[in-house]
Design a protein around this ligand. Sequence first.
Ligand code: SF4
Ligand code: SF4
Length: 235
Amino acid sequence: MADKDITRRTPGEVGAPGQPGYTPLIPQKKGLARALDPVAGFGVTISSFFKPTVTEQYPFEKVPPKPRYHGRHQLNRHPDGLEKCIGCELCAWACPADAIYVEGADNTPEAQYSPGERYGRVYQINYLRCIFCGLCIEACPTRALTMTNEYELAGPTRRGMIYEKQDLLAPLGEGMLAAPHPMVPGTEDDDYYRGAVTGPVPEQIEWVAQHRPDDPSLEALRAREGAPAEKGRAR
Ligand code: SF4
Ligand code: SF4
């Protein structure tokens, strides 16, 4: 028996666990431990009997998720209000679910949306596809794309679950000037990435005042106490 090949006894039969002399790496249980094996899985169930029951009353009481929870995406801005997205599409290429669609376009002197040459003209995320894995935010070279803690993303229509750029763009922070507007004079895109720009400068405010005198962000900036001109000069 010892030298008989037991791996395949008859044609079509599934092979036996191993060749003669095979030693399993996992130690085999014996005696009582082996007899209790079939009910060992109930250990977790039985131990749960003695733990307190926690029932979250969602949606009446909303428990905040953990700080690093992967929720809805956000397209961030630089401190002067220019957009961080440069339309490079790396996030779309990294997405395993093909949930992101990006179309980049050239910035022009009349319409500068982000530092450098390019900006994201079209930006869409299809939340019917997204699995919230976060690979897109890892791929983004400018930290334009991050994820918020917002998790209530249900909607009544398929079209409504495709978020457009305006749905994803971060709201203007205090002291920011809505894009488009020129970069801080004398800076390059590298200065923005290094954090050298901390807010809009008078030249940018003046540009917006000339081209969009009714812009709400301009009004908010003017309404702030102090002179914004003293803030934000790069370097
Ligand atoms: S979180 Fe994952 S699935 Fe969702 S858009 Fe980003 S890469 Fe795609
Ligand atoms: S979000 Fe980031 S990775 Fe995606 S297109 Fe914009 S800059 Fe590129």
